[in-house]
Design a protein around this ligand. Structure first.
Ligand code: NI
Length: 249
């Protein structure tokens, strides 16, 4: 079930049987010579949207702009600074909690978001801690590539040249969902450089075509489909565990 394709009364009914929701969260940023700018929000959205076709789970709208300051040297990237991103996550959670959602599961598609999402969670929990009251909700962050079995499958599919940005696995997932948008390009070296992430100027000099350690030409829609099927199953299990997690006595 998709929140944005439902009416308020359908969501009110849903809350009578379940208090959990999945929020895909990502980033709109350059993904090298063949990767779509939306890759990091599309991957968690594709997986969550597939999962809700197979199980009675609720998926909220995708939070599609994240913390990508280091990619702003490439056209089309849109970023929030960490403080803005943390504030926005806070208001998404407060809105959902106001309706009675108690388990809010963020399925993340961008490594650069992790620190800010964790900080946002701490800010939200701190409000309850200082007031000496229960928060009334629990928050979970899970990167789609950390869902059970996904990294092992990606390692098998791409034993070399997976890298950490503009990876063949994330590009394969978007190719499966949007085959009409598959791109090709000549690039060299075949496997991109690796290195640290700092400000956008430094990033562009170190990683001139935007890739980090990857050879995205290995991506195929078929490999993407395998990743989506496995990730969607694992997401349903992880969400179920989170939903059923018992409260402290
Ligand atoms: Ni990415």
């Amino acid at each position: 079930m998709l929140l944005h394709m439902s009416t308020w009364s359908e969501i009110e009914q849903y809350l009578k049987r379940c208090r959990s929701i999945v929020i895909p969260i990502g980033s709109n940023e350059q993904h090298g010579p063949i990767g779509l700018l939306g890759t990091d929000w599309m991957c968690p959205e594709i997986i969550a949207h597939h999962a809700q076709k197979t199980a009675d789970i609720l998926v909220g709208p995708t939070f599609n702009i994240g913390m990508a300051q280091h990619h702003i040297g490439f056209a089309g990237t849109i970023t929030l600074r960490p403080s803005t991103f943390i504030a926005a996550i806070g208001d998404w959670v407060r809105s959902l909690a106001a309706h009675g959602f108690e388990k809010i599961f963020f399925l993340n598609g961008h490594g650069g978001n992790i620190a800010s999402i964790e900080a946002a969670f701490s800010e939200l929990y701190a409000e309850a801690s200082f007031a000496r009251r229960p928060a009334g909700f629990a928050l979970k962050l899970c990167n789609w590539w950390d869902l059970e079995g996904v990294a092992a499958l990606a390692n098998k599919q791409f034993p070399t040249g997976h890298g950490v940005h503009a990876t063949p696995s994330e590009i394969a997932v978007t190719q499966w969902a949007y085959p009409e948008a598959i791109k090709t390009a000549d690039y060299s070296p075949k496997i991109a450089n690796s290195g640290p992430i700092r400000e956008a100027h430094d990033f562009r000099l170190r990683f001139p075509d935007g890739r980090m350690g990857s050879d995205p030409a290995q991506a195929t829609p078929e490999k993407g489909g395998e990743l989506v099927m496995l990730a969607a199953q694992s997401l349903v299990r992880e969400l179920d565990l989170f939903t059923c997690e018992s409260a402290p006595a």
